[in-house]
Ligand binder design. Structure first.
Ligand SMILES: *Cc1c(COP(=O)(O)O)cnc(C)c1O
Length: 386
């Protein structure tokens, strides 16, 4: 990679092909995929319905700009939006959050935003400024002003929300930050306080949305009423697309000329999102929930009590296995790669699992067994050293 900025520390192999939930590297080695390309390819690597939808659109027109109306955009927006919301299409998660940030300030006429430590919202200036991780912000000052941070799941954050704020932004499960699950009572209290104080609630569903937790959006598990929802990752199953969804009354602040994007909402990405959402049926979501139950049960039986495992977290097929500092998650991931399995890290030494939602229950449980055996070996090593 001599011609690429080294912004990513990369694993030693290139993935060159895939089918269903299996990937193959350039040496022909096969992997069971528990990453979905970081929560993107939820329908795996050979979904006929998505392929046909994109191929069909490729043969018509790829891009027309947003100067012309698009029935396809309207159709996808209708499938995607909760009742009473409108959509703005863009190309990524960070762009969806930028749109949310701008809309919140413009609609309320207020500047201040409350965000959370260990939250992640993207890498552009606005979204990075909302990201509660000093490593991600380091070297890029000055950041966008007016952003305060509170501790996640901390009740004093609820007290901190006053009518001075334009918005509160949060993930209901912090993904990059360590698969930290929000507590239902706390999430509800935040949502209620926002509405009592006239503060917009922005829920970042970029990682948790589009079926990842067994519901279209993860906030549906909790008693919450978001004003704005952002999503991206799994929406296009690998084609770049993001969306900001917001309550209808916010439209007055996002009139012609207020915000825009050249590529956002383009017909190729939208044709993929349409096929994704068509498959995200109540039956499909129920199947995700049921596979999740089996997986968490297996983790409980074989992983949760290992001496190097400090906590299990997550919801649906978004899973965090928190490791003791005596083992490095990077070493566990490397070991799993040797064994033919791809997994992800998250902050705080967390092994993060985001398998394609279509993975069979048998292969999900097979993967958990492989992880259990690798963590068991690591436990024994740590204990021998101690
Ligand atoms: C990945 C992610 C983003 C950023 O999305 P990009 O498409 O990489 O810009 C924002 N928020 C959350 C919660 C994410 O997981």
């Amino acid at each position: 990679m001599k011609h690429i900025f080294p912004t990513y520390k990369q694993y030693p192999m290139e993935i060159v092909s895939g089918h269903d939930w299996h990937l193959t590297d350039e040496n022909g080695k096969q992997y069971l995929d528990f990453t979905s390309g970081i929560g993107v390819c939820s329908f795996g690597y050979s979904n006929d319905w998505i392929e046909q939808s994109v191929l069909n659109q490729l043969g018509k027109v790829w891009h027309t700009s947003n100067l012309y109306p698009s029935a396809l955009q309207d159709e996808v927006a209708k499938m995607l939006c909760p009742q009473g919301m409108l959509a703005f299409f863009c190309n990524s998660g960070t762009e969806a959050n930028e749109a949310a940030f701008k809309l919140a300030r413009k609609y309320t006429g207020k500047a201040k935003i409350l965000a959370f430590n260990d939250g992640f919202h993207g890498r552009t200036y606005g979204s990075m400024s909302l990201t509660g991780n000093p490593n991600i912000q380091s070297g890029f000052a000055p950041l966008v002003p007016g952003i305060d941070f509170a501790d996640y799941n901390d009740s004093s954050a609820v007290d901190q929300i006053t009518s001075d704020y334009a918005a509160v932004i949060l993930e209901v499960i912090q993904g990059e930050g360590g698969v930290n699950s929000g507590h239902g009572d706390w999430l509800h209290a935040i949502s209620k306080k926002c509405h009592d104080q006239g503060v917009l609630l922005i829920i970042d569903e970029v990682q948790t949305g589009i079926g990842r937790t067994g519901t279209q959006f993860a906030y549906e598990h909790f008693d919450m009423d978001p004003d704005i929802i952002t999503c991206a990752k799994a929406l296009g199953n690998g084609l770049p697309i993001g969306a900001m969804l917001g309550k209808q009354q916010l439209a007055e602040a996002f009139g012609p000329g207020s915000h825009g994007t050249t590529f956002g909402g383009n017909k190729i990405a939208l044709s993929s999102a349409k096929a994704v959402l068509q498959q995200l049926t109540p039956d499909f979501l129920q199947m995700v929930a049921s596979k999740s139950q089996a997986v968490f049960h297996q983790i409980d039986q074989t992983i949760a009590d290992l001496p190097i495992v400090t906590k299990i977290s997550g919801l649906g097929l978004m899973i965090g296995i928190h490791l003791d500092s005596k083992v490095k998650v990077a070493d566990v991931i490397a070991k799993l790669q040797e064994q033919g399995m791809l997994t992800l890290p998250a902050e705080h030494n967390t092994l993060r699992l985001l398998p394609p939602l279509v993975m069979s229950q048998a292969d999900l449980l097979k993967g958990i067994d492989v992880i259990a055996s690798v963590l068991k070996t690591a436990s024994v090593k740590v204990e021998t050293l101690a």
